[in-house]
Design a protein around this ligand. Structure first.
Ligand code: KDG
Length: 315
């Protein structure tokens, strides 16, 4: 059985070789990103079976995305190669160390053509978990319908849904985002917003009140990620902070939330209590930000076990 299914857009990332405004950058390294594929890689490295679905263009960048995910043991057999639209592109800009701006070139990309016909009920029902993010419904009306079908299918089959808010205001306006994303909170089992996203979606800036607000909408657990402070967990036992892990240097913060989701969901799939799963999410977040790239620094299962055994000795 597949542990997790997920779908969304992956992009080719052009990552600048030097700091500064893009107009003065001297070259780029080609990488891959995409929130759902970042989570897929994270889980796969921890030994889980993951299937990622999308549409890619029939172009070099699309084939690069497929081969990268295959090399990370992520199942891509459901991906459609769409000859009528290109693979999306994202540029990163690094004005100073540890701070990243992103620029998208993804309008009418192949992935924005994802639709409910791409969502196969048997694919969802054959998994232990469905993971979705707030990026997919921001891409197009057909993507919104695809999300709706996936969520309805998972709910009627009793499959837990994890939902990362991933509010991207470069893709849509706050009011539309809020309406769509809050309706998805009501249907999700685990809701994982970042603190700033939680403020925008709830209108509250107190973490306890915000967590309670989302919890009352229906999820079994709310986890509000707050960078180096760690994460605030709210479930039937109430709210508590689970502290983060120190990192020597934040090299690239992009993908921290996806890394968190991978660590947390791996814990949930392995039957850990919520606190332990959140702690594992915090560890993966720390790994991700220490390396350039969204997912390249994510640990393998063995590395994570070694990390925890050293932690236990030092505790
Ligand atoms: O969470 C990191 C993602 O934002 C990044 O990988 C790119 O998926 C991406 C997006 O659409 O912003």
């Amino acid at each position: 059985m597949i542990d997790m299914v997920t779908f969304g857009e992956s992009l080719v990332v052009l990552d600048p070789v030097n700091l500064g405004p893009l107009r003065h950058v001297q070259g780029f390294t080609k990488k891959m990103a995409g929130s759902e594929s970042n989570v897929s890689i994270g889980l796969s490295r921890l030994g889980h079976r993951v299937s990622w679905l999308s549409r890619i263009g029939n172009d070099e960048f699309g084939h690069f995305i497929l081969s990268t995910l295959r090399s990370e043991n992520v199942d891509v057999s459901r991906v459609k190669v769409d000859g009528s639209a290109p693979t999306g592109i994202m540029f990163k800009e690094k004005r100073k160390k540890g701070q990243v701006n992103v620029y998208y070139y993804r309008k009418q990309s192949a992935a924005s053509n994802l639709s409910e016909e791409d969502i196969d009920e048997a694919w969802i029902c054959g998994a232990k978990l469905l993971h979705i993010t707030g990026i997919t419904p921001a891409l197009s009306e057909s993507c919104r319908k695809a999300i709706r079908k996936a969520v309805t299918t998972a709910r009627s089959a009793g499959i837990p849904i994890s939902f990362d808010a991933n509010l991207r205001l470069k893709l849509w306006d706050l009011q539309t985002a809020r309406e769509t994303l809050l309706s998805l909170v009501c249907e999700s089992t685990y809701f994982l917003p970042a603190y700033e996203e939680g403020v925008k979606l709830s209108g509250l800036n107190n973490v306890e009140k915000m967590a309670e607000f989302f919890y009352r909408m229906g999820p079994k657990a709310i986890v509000i990620k707050d960078g180096k402070k760690g994460a605030y967990l709210y479930d039937r036992d109430g709210g508590r902070w689970i502290s983060g892990f120190p990192v020597d240097e934040v090299v690239d913060p992009t993908g921290a939330g996806d890394a968190f989701a991978a660590g947390f969901l791996s814990g949930i799939l392995n039957g850990m209590p919520h606190e332990e799963a959140v702690r594992q999410g915090n560890v993966l977040g720390a790994y991700a930000v220490s390396v350039n790239g969204d997912w390249e620094g994510l640990p393998t299962k063995t590395e994570l076990e070694q990390f925890f055994s050293t932690e236990d000795i030092n505790r």
